[in-house]
Design a binder for this molecule. Structure first.
Ligand SMILES: [Zn+2]
Length: 79
């Protein structure tokens, strides 16, 4: 399990994606913890967003801002 920061986006960048409001907290059945890229709040517990094939925008239940799942499969980036 890792602690991952979501990628912050603006409302204009949502496009055709579905918006998922994580509310107070969203708990999965295994995976990682994800934090809001805007306010740093822990949004999602124990879930693996990389297994979802549908592009989803995650709305923070704390600050109401929008985030994308981080692309954690890319390991050859040095940035
Ligand atoms: Zn937030």
């Amino acid at each position: 399990m890792a602690e991952l920061m979501l990628t912050p986006i603006t409302e204009n960048e949502i496009g055709a994606r579905n918006v998922f409001n994580t509310g107070v907290s969203t708990v999965g059945k295994g995976g990682h913890d994800y934090f809001c890229g805007h306010c740093g709040r822990k949004m999602i517990h124990n879930m693996d967003l990389s297994k979802l094939e549908t592009p989803v925008v995650y709305q923070c239940g704390g600050c109401g801002s929008y985030n994308l799942a981080p692309e954690i499969e890319t390991t050859d980036e040095t940035a």
